[in-house]
Design a protein around this ligand. Structure first.
Ligand SMILES: CC(C)(COP(=O)(O)OP(=O)(O)OC[C@H]1O[C@@H](n2cnc3c(N)ncnc32)[C@H](O)[C@@H]1OP(=O)(O)O)[C@@H](O)C(=O)NCCC(=O)NCCS
Length: 163
């Protein structure tokens, strides 16, 4: 895991497109997956990397996962299908949660795809509402708004820590 750099944008785009086109198969119709994948561009990802707290999971020079925190929202969470089911998303989320706790955030939010909802549940999130998003190509996506209560945000007062 390391902080993402603008130069990672091309590889991050590849991870995102492959994750949608391969790992999310069966959760939404094929045309919807194609439409979702086409929403992402290298310049858009570069902008996200430049303006949010962004991290990549790497295997040597290869980028295999991406996550970013936009204020208190876990915005994008994608793992390359070649590395799926091995705890990469879990480790990336742990990084984001540590950062959130260091900042004293009391709550993290996420908008989860049907593919990601059980994953966020495993991370301690709960579904706060459900909705259907219709994109600009008329494709519909069942999504879940989710939140993870971090309690006090992990900020332990000095006096309490020394007890
Ligand atoms: C969702 C995604 C990020 C998961 O990445 P991953 O690296 O395979 O996930 P992990 O191996 O770290 O699994 C995380 C946890 O979720 C659980 N999990 C994963 N898939 C699951 C499923 N379909 N059902 C139930 N639990 C699941 C794992 O068992 C693991 O639990 P644990 O840590 O308590 O053992 C990845 O599949 C992906 O990019 N999907 C396509 C795009 C997508 O939907 N992204 C999210 C956009 S909101």
């Amino acid at each position: 895991m390391r902080q993402a750099a603008p130069a990672d944008s091309e590889q991050v785009l590849s991870v995102i497109v492959r994750a949608i086109r391969i790992s999310a198969v069966g959760y939404y119709p094929e045309a919807a997956l194609a439409s979702w994948a086409s929403d992402f561009t290298e310049s858009g990802i570069r902008r996200s990397i430049e303006t949010t707290d962004s991290f990549v999971a790497v295997d040597g020079p290869r980028v295999v996962g991406f996550v970013n925190l936009e204020v208190q929202d876990v915005d994008l969470l994608f793992v390359d299908p070649d590395y799926g089911g091995r705890g990469v998303a879990r480790r990336m989320y742990a990084q984001v949660e540590r950062l959130a706790r260091r900042r004293g955030l009391s709550r993290l939010t996420a908008t989860a795809s049907a593919r990601a909802e059980p994953v966020f549940l495993q991370f301690g999130f709960q579904v706060t509402s459900r909705f259907v998003l219709t994109d600009d190509k008329g494709m519909q996506f069942d999504l879940a708004a989710m939140a993870h209560d971090l309690g006090t945000g992990g900020l332990v007062p000095t006096a309490a820590r020394s007890l």
